[in-house]
Write a protein that binds this ligand. Sequence first.
Ligand code: MUC
Ligand code: MG
Length: 367
Amino acid sequence: MKITAIDAIPFRIPYVKPLKFASGEVHVADHVLVRVHTDDGVVGVAEAPPRPFTYGETQRGIIAVIETIFAPQIVGLSLTDREQMAALMGRTVGNPTAKAAIDMAVWDALGHTLGLPVSELLGGYTDRMRVSHMLGFDQPAAMVEEAERMRDVHGITTFKVKVGRRPVSLDVDVVRALREGLGPDVVLYVDGNRGWTASESARAMRQMGDLDLAFAEELSPADDVLGRRWLVQQLDVPFIADESATTPAEVTREVLGGSATAVSIKTARTGFTGSQRVLHLAEGLGLEVVMGNQIDGQLGSICAVAFGAAHQRSSLHAGELSNFLDMSDDLLTEPLRIENGELALRPGSGLGVAIDNDKLRRYRTDI
Ligand code: MUC
Ligand code: MG
């Protein structure tokens, strides 16, 4: 169970449909495949998605920090030394997706070593999650058409709508078109990625007051401290902290400060070990949890569902697990499928997935 090497491999897979939102846009999955090798010949895998507009990481930066700092700290430890790993990587600030990918690849390797699924090791609550699809900026008719396609083809009936444009009527019109087009039975919620001010957010939420929204996420910046508190306290839906609350300390600060009332957990940035810390804090504080999407590929999405399905609280609401559908290809030998609105875990040890070496050769950019 001793870790002998950690690889960080850049790859590049274009999106068929880019995702656009208030803080940025993603046209290409220029992610990093992380592989953890052990002296038993076991290999664990995970992916790190650089999101410079959210965490400041880049593909080259992720590789550099893994190769020059994290791998030298971790090689030689056992797969079960996860607290040691967290403490050692914690000495370096930032770099959340690089740390998370190492953590998840270690869990995958541990699962293979023990012959057990990661999701069962984490908690084993259920074997699938309902899926929420994230709709990026577009014209109202195009967004309704995409949602209808997701519902008709994949059975998805929960949608997170990206908002945060100016004038706010651009997004209010989209959400109204979605509610009118899809009917009362779908679940709709909105994510502003900090695009609006607190007063723009309050006005938009008033204008959408008849549209039965389930949540509002990061509508305005948490750094506008009093404005955000003022906003959150007047809403009648849970306000999800996403990029403003990525660690237990940040969750505590935002919630006790009155600037959030629910939390998004993204395995892409807190791995499995850190995500459990956030989840258990959410339980203690009585917060609702949504499994978020860091615009993950299939490997990242299987990590999110492995964690979400493992626990009662994280599997209650539909998880954001479907953006890989917009990629032109992926790295797994057996593609993930969303059926009847659900993504199921894969049977088998670890994460239950394998990397297709031909595809990796095609898409890696380092050779
Ligand atoms: C989301 O929930 O915000 C967009 C930016 C980011 O950091 O994650 C995505 C999705
Ligand atoms: Mg968000």
